[in-house]
Every structure is written in C-alpha cells, then in structure tokens.
Design a protein around this ligand. Structure first.
Ligand SMILES: Cc1cc2nc3c(=O)[nH]c(=O)nc-3n(C[C@H](O)[C@H](O)[C@H](O)COP(=O)(O)OP(=O)(O)OC[C@H]3O[C@@H](n4cnc5c(N)ncnc54)[C@H](O)[C@@H]3O)c2cc1C
Length: 438
C-alpha cells in the first residue's frame, strides 16, 4: 500500500495546531515543526501547543456575537481547539474562557499521541517545501521573517502593527458627517467636522485617556509619520489640528466653510461597511479608546469592530500575497494561517488554521482547494484578506461588518441573530458539500 504524503506544518500555536488536526483527519501524515522550547518567543512561557499568551478568553459566545459565529463554525467543522475549549471552559459570563494550562495540555497530548504526527522541536529558517502550512504567528522568529521578506518582497511583511480603530459604517451619524475629499480629491472619505468647542471637548477626553502599558520586549518606538494620536495630543493642544485632524481644503457643504478640525474616515472593505479613522493609530486602552471615538461628533454611537493597537506583530500584506484559499500566490502549495496571514485573535487564528490545513491536505490529495461561503464568518474573513485595500492593510478580527448585511427593520440584536443562523447554515451546507465531494 502506498504511504500517504507528509505535509509540513510550521508553528504549533492556535493556527498550526488546528491545521495539523485538519490534516490528520484527512488521513494525511504531518511533520509539525515548533521551535519552543529550543528557542522561546518573548511572549510564550511554556512548550505546550496552542498556548494562550495573554487573555484566557476566546471571545464572546452566542448568536449575537461575531466571534460566536466563528466558534460555531469551528465546532461544526470538528475543531480540536473548540473541543478543548468546551472541555476546559471556566465561567466568564457571555465569553468562552478556558483554563489555559489544561486547554494547552489537552491539545498537546492529542496531537503528540497521534500516530500520523511527527513532532520536531526546531526553528525553521526558510519557507518549507510544498505542501506546507506556515503558522508562526505574531512573534515569528527573525530568521524566518527575514527569509519571508527575501522571497515575498520586503515591503509586504510587517513587524509592527500601528492600527487605528475601525468602525461599522451603519453606526456613523450621516446627519452630522459628510462625504468629500481634500481640495480636488475624489469624495471617498467620510468627514466628521468639529467646531472649536467640540474640538476642545474631544481634546479633553483624549488627554485624559489611559494608555496600554507595553511589555519591554515590544520595544515601542514611534516612527514619525506614524505617531499615536494620544502622543500628538500630548505634544500640544493644536498639534492634532495641524496633523491628522487638519481641516485645510475640506469644506462642509452645510456651512460652505472649513470646520475648525475634521476627523476623516477611510473605507476599509470593498462594500464600504468598515471605516477606519485616518491618522488615529493608538495604543490607548480599549474602554478609553471607545470614549475618545464616541466623543467625535457623528460617532457618538459608533461601534468599534477593531480597536487600534501599537504593538509588535509579524504579518503579511494578505491582499498582495495570499489567495482566498490561504495559499501564497507566489509559492504554490504553501498555505499561511493565523496572525501571519493577517487575522487578529485566537479564534480567528484557529479558524484560518483549519482552512489552511484543509486546503493543504486537499492539494496533496489531488483535490481543488475550497473557500467557505461569504455569509459564514470564516468565508467573510478570508475574502477580506484577499480583497482588502493593500495600501493600508491591517490585521482583522471577526466582525459583523465583514458579512453581507441583512436589510430589514429588525432591531440590531435580531438582525445579528439572523446573520448568525444564515452564516452557520451556509457553513454547514458547505461542509457537507465538500465532504461528499472528497
Ligand atoms: C503579546 C500578545 C498578546 C496577545 N493577546 C491576545 C488575546 O488576549 N486575545 C486574542 O484573541 N489574541 C491575542 N493576541 C493575538 C493572537 O490571537 C495570538 O497571538 C495567537 O496566539 C495567534 O495565533 P498564531 O497561531 O497565529 O500564533 P501563535 O499562537 O503565536 O503560534 C505560533 C507558533 O509558531 C512558533 N514559531 C515562531 N517562529 C517559528 C519558527 N521560525 N520555527 C518554528 N516555530 C516557530 C511559535 O513558537 C509559536 O508556537 C496576542 C498577541 C500577542 C503578541
């Protein structure tokens, strides 16, 4: 009998563990390369697989929650991460939180004892031969990061995430904001104008907001041109007005004049459901960030779907480099998952691990790679990765702005529940379709 092919998986974090599980369930053999404990990352403390490096929460649960939909999809797909999470969950209100040690120990044991998995504890320093899954995460070792830069283009691998908050378009009050560009620019931006009094109130909230305290290894340095909004405010009352909030060339059609200050919002996705605040990269704590954003006229009820961050993070420019199937465009047969592929969050990393493993396995078996439907959260997330604007690409987490909207008079919660059930049904039917074709 012919032996099944061996697929390489690099990294045994959230994404790599789930990718390995997808592969062994297809009956394939896996060579799983993990550098810990031979070489540790600055954030991991153990040699266990799927170590949760910070919070022990996998996000909000239930049908009104975007991460809840992704969890439900993973559960339907037979995910190892979800199996461990269910077994070792701890009470956490509406969130799915786990006992991190038992969670990681269970996953490590399930993978290590699987007869089709060979575990190699070593640092990988180059892109592996196909078929392979790369899942080395936000703290990818320097040698591998350098190899990725060489092979994929030095402008397309980032080591640092300086992201502005992203908000849901439907929560912007367009009675107070207007579309338009600066001078002759096309009217692609949404502008939130401020009077001097409104700016003064905004400045007060901004200067009182508390900052996230970075770890020493995050080595926070500000690059001029990418300075956090709170740092600009610290430099002087009017510094933001001469920077990202400058009103020059932006005329409010309601007054025919330039406002005192303007916050501009830039479209993040093709459909125009997600908008980021231009020049608002920030390291403020999340509750404080929300207060600052909601102190901007027109954004009083804005829903933040991705908070701003300033931290070390290794990720690829997904829309330039990766297909919806998570295969690298320029290196056939090599799939990418987790934070390296441009997602943010534990559950998002596991979910892309599931898909990258599935597609790597299908390729090895001579089957076509697949993509979940756009109504599902995983399908929406990988479509975002492949089609987002490459120029300002920032990692993305699961959120309702990614899936097609439901036009109806239902209230917000009922709409989200409808999106949840629609997404899960579409995902389940996709799963049975691919299983019957395999
Ligand atoms: C400090 C920090 C805190 C975070 N906190 C949260 C949080 O609270 N909640 C949340 O949802 N998300 C959080 N994230 C974001 C993200 O969800 C997690 O980092 C998540 O673990 C990413 O999953 P991953 O599989 O992509 O990477 P990881 O889980 O980090 O797995 C990558 C694995 O690859 C290994 N590796 C790296 N380079 C090599 C190499 N060259 N050769 C072999 N192995 C290698 C690493 O040792 C690691 O085991 C945090 C990120 C960081 C950096």
């Amino acid at each position: 009998m012919r032996e099944s092919p061996v697929i390489t998986v690099v990294g045994a974090g959230l994404a790599g563990a789930e990718a390995t599980w997808s592969l062994v369930r297809l009956g394939l053999r896996v060579r799983l390369l993990e550098m810990r404990p031979v070489k540790m990352t600055p954030a991991h403390h153990t040699e266990g697989f799927a170590e949760l490096v910070c919070s022990n929460s996998l996000g909000g649960e239930g049908p009104a929650n975007a991460k809840g939909l992704l969890q439900a999809e993973l559960r339907a797909a037979g995910s190892l991460i979800m199996e461990a999470a269910e077994r070792f969950r701890v009470p956490a209100g509406a969130a799915l939180a786990v006992d991190r040690e038992q969670f990681s120990a269970y996953i490590t044991q399930k993978i290590s004892s699987h007869p089709n998995v060979e575990i190699v504890r070593e640092e990988v320093t180059d892109i592996p031969e196909p078929v392979a899954v790369l899942a080395t995460g936000p703290l990818t070792s320097d040698a591998l990061a350098e190899a990725l830069r060489r092979r994929l283009g030095e402008n397309f691998l980032y080591f640092y995430d300086a992201a502005a908050p992203v908000i849901l378009g439907e929560t912007i009050d367009m009675e107070k904001c207007f579309r338009g560009g600066r001078f002759e620019q096309s009217p692609d931006y949404i502008n939130c104008p401020m009077t001097e009094e409104e700016y003064r109130r905004f400045y007060e909230v901004l200067t009182q907001a508390r900052q996230h305290t970075p770890h020493e290894w995050e080595n926070l340095r500000f690059f001029e041109g990418c300075i956090p909004i709170e740092e600009l405010a610290r430099r002087g009352y009017l510094t933001p007005v001469f920077g990202p909030l400058r009103p020059v060339g932006i005329v409010d059609p309601r007054t025919g004049k330039e406002p005192f200050a303007v916050v501009q919002l830039r479209q993040e996705d093709r459909e125009g459901r997600l908008w980021s605040l231009v020049g608002f990269q920030t390291g403020l704590r999340w509750p404080d960030q929300k207060k600052v954003v909601q102190s901007i006229p027109g954004l009083e009820n804005a829903e933040i779907v991705r908070y701003g961050v300033m931290h070390r993070n290794t990720y690829l420019n997904a829309p330039k480099l990766i297909r919806e199937t998570l295969e690298l465009k320029d290196v056939s047969g090599v799939f990418v998952a987790g934070v390296l592929a441009g997602v943010e969050g534990y559950i998002e990393s596991a979910a892309t691990g599931f898909l990258a493993g599935l597609n790597a396995g299908r390729l090895a078996l001579g089957l076509e790679p697949v993509v979940p439907p756009p109504e599902s959260m995983l399908g929406a997330l990988v479509r975002f990765l492949a089609t987002a604007e490459p120029k300002n690409f920032q990692p993305m987490s699961a959120n309702w702005g990614l899936v097609p909207a439901i036009e109806s008079k239902m209230d917000k919660r009922a709409k989200r529940e409808a999106m949840f059930h629609r997404g899960l049904a579409a995902f389940q039917s996709w799963l049975s379709q691919i299983q019957s074709l395999a």
